[in-house]
Design a protein around this ligand. Structure first.
Ligand code: NCD
Length: 311
């Protein structure tokens, strides 16, 4: 049986299909257990530090809720009222947090590669909860879990990943995780300045089929099981005028989905938060899965914590 005990989770590229499938089994079991018992006590005496140097709602809270439901303790580092204001570096901050001997540190940071950089000298297992535009492996884990549980399979899936594929970190990690499965087709749908990064293509080349498209309408007539929409990453654009010129350049609503897919609307996913790219008219459709997707983060992250702690 694959074991993640004591491991860092830095990139979706490092996970194996066996590890992922095992995690999903554990996630299903924990979901049932949480529904039956509320909280468990298997992580008693274990402490997780959440160190988020960038804003977060879902990722941080679902990690914290997951640890709470497992019966462990969470200590939150709050960047906004920390010694960062006195000029302390993020590196020293992590060194100090690690010195208190937590059992896991979950890190979100602006600099691509930051978790990989500190992992060699941090004693605690590190979970990358997003490093700039680079990666967000636990988001990919919950995304693929959602696909698997909604469609009953991952192999053979046709997915359109749409929006800001260049400055977003969820399209890269999702592509990497899907590349562990068989017979995957990815349509990258984005206006030219937001198309998927070259390094992502390099990493999935030969492992998935892919097409680069500029507009969602080009999907008409193609088999599509999932549309995964992403927000324009305003905070990472090199120039603020770019936001104004690209705002509204891609968008789905219920009428457009009906027009393109008729009675065969694919499931709709989004890592959230959404802005203008996913209209609320989609929310009542049975294919709208983004709120369930966010909820699945709780079970998948609980499974990940359990496995890393070897519980
Ligand atoms: C994403 C992120 O932080 O990359 N949010 C999340 O974790 N669910 C997506 C985003 O911010 O657009």
């Amino acid at each position: 049986m694959p074991s993640l005990k004591g491991k860092d989770i830095i990139s979706a590229l490092e996970l194996t299909r066996e590890e992922v499938e095992h995690l999903y089994k554990v996630a299903d079991e924990l979901k049932q257990a949480f529904e039956a018992f509320g909280s468990l006590d298997i992580a008693r005496n274990k402490v997780m530090i959440t160190a988020f140097f960038e804003p977060s709602t879902r990722t941080k809270i679902s990690f914290q809720m997951a640890m709470a439901r497992l019966g462990g303790t969470v200590v939150d580092f709050l960047a906004s009222v920390s010694s960062l204001a006195k000029g302390e570096t993020d590196y020293d901050t992590i060194r100090i947090l690690d010195g208190y001997d937590p059992d896991i540190i979950v890190i979100r940071q602006k600099k691509p590669g930051f978790p990989a950089e500190v992992a060699p000298w941090v004693k605690a297992p590190i979970i990358n909860a997003g490093d700039g535009y680079n990666e967000h492996p636990t988001q990919a884990l919950l995304d693929v879990y959602t696909i698997s549980r909604e469609l009953g399979k991952v192999d053979g899936v046709h997915i359109a990943i749409m929006g800001d594929l260049k400055y977003g970190r969820t399209p890269s990690s999702l592509s990497y995780l899907l590349s562990k499965f068989n017979d995957i087709t990815i349509y990258y749908v984005a206006p030219e300045p937001l198309q998927i990064r070259e390094e992502v293509i390099k990493n999935v080349e030969g492992k998935v089929r892919y097409e680069l498209l500029n507009d969602i309408r080009e999907l008409r007539g193609k088999p599509v099981d999932v549309i995964y929409v992403t927000r324009l990453q305003k905070e990472r654009l090199p120039d603020p005028s770019m936001y104004e010129s690209l705002k509204g350049s891609y968008r789905i609503d219920a009428a457009l989905l009906k027009e393109l897919f008729g009675d065969n609307i694919p499931i709709i996913m989004h890592p959230l938060p959404r802005t203008w790219e996913l209209d609320t008219s989609v929310d009542p459709l049975p294919q709208a899965k983004y709120f369930q997707q966010a909820k699945n983060g709780l079970y998948v992250r609980a499974a990940l914590i359990k496995e890393i702690l070897g519980l």
